[in-house]
Design a protein. Sequence first.
Length: 329
Amino acid sequence: MILGLVTLENNQKELKTISSFVQKLKEEINKEAELWVFNFEFFNNFENFDNYIEQNKNLLSSFDKIINFKVLFEAGEGAAATDVYIPEIIENILLKEKINEFEYIVSVGDIIFSEVIPFVGARFNGSIVTQVEGIDENLLFLTPSFGGKCISYFKPAKKPVFITIRSFDYEIKEGNKIPEVNSKEVEIKSYDIELIDRVKQEEGVKLEEARIVVSGGRGVGGKEGFELIKKVASLLGASIGASRAAVDAGWIDPQYQVGQTGKTVSPDLYIAVGISGASQHIAGMNKSKFVVSVNTDPDAPIFNYSNIGIIHDYKEFLTEFIKLLEVSN
Ligand SMILES: Cc1cc2nc3c(=O)[nH]c(=O)nc-3n(C[C@H](O)[C@H](O)[C@H](O)COP(=O)(O)OP(=O)(O)OC[C@H]3O[C@@H](n4cnc5c(N)ncnc54)[C@H](O)[C@@H]3O)c2cc1C
């Protein structure tokens, strides 16, 4: 049996990824698949589950059974219900659920499951394959290496196999059958939380879903450089992004990091400003459809991945670009 894991917060693109992966895996091993949807009381989504199934029924048709995992939560003293650490809650639930009876446990490699899957996989002494992009006929799992320059083939040594999917696009066969839907309630009680800091997520287009991303690197020189990046992004209706060097320098929040240890993006347009093009950065943006780079160094590796390369000082370029965008807006 195959087990898919999602939260109600996973978007349609992520649902399509997991559903098409499970469809392919089912064809290879000819086993049934179950989907557990984690549905948190404190996000007030309990009453919307029927709509969720209705809206996503084609995307969910790879599954034979769906479980609406209702997570009821009682906050510890002094903590609000929303001050929880979701990966830890999911981990605690999965460890109690004997999921090792499934052969394959699959999720998308989002910020939550990238943490949950290796942790739970290790506790159940399973095989763990992360960032999967393909399955071959010998049931080997394909993952990109060296920033996508090579593909590695993994043969899991033992079951259960825990998998996170980086991207996967396979045709979902829409069945006539609507999966059976059941609910299960789990109660998390007296969860003691020490609230250290509260960071407000900046508003605007979400990085992973953005059709245009404007990313800044060390070459923008500081926080002021990112003000220009933000201005361009807002005029284009884009999300901002960043290299790790810019994040490490504290110029921009880690949630915007693109790359091997950051987010993976696949926008229609990726604008890389003052970014050299290290393989770890390329790993997060090489699925972009069109890349424009601005860099003073004509030999910067980023130009090898760019459709248009602009050899120029970023500040002068962005200042002129902003003027043009303001006129056309
Ligand atoms: C295990 C590991 C994981 C990593 N994960 C990531 C990751 O997820 N994401 C990531 O980005 N990196 C990651 N890195 C770091 C990566 O190796 C690079 O160090 C980093 O990407 C460099 O960032 P950068 O391009 O902004 O800086 P630099 O390499 O310093 O490049 C700055 C560029 O700006 C240009 N420049 C300078 N001044 C100007 C100007 N005025 N106008 C225009 N251009 C200018 C320069 O010519 C240069 O090309 C990882 C490294 C390791 C070891």
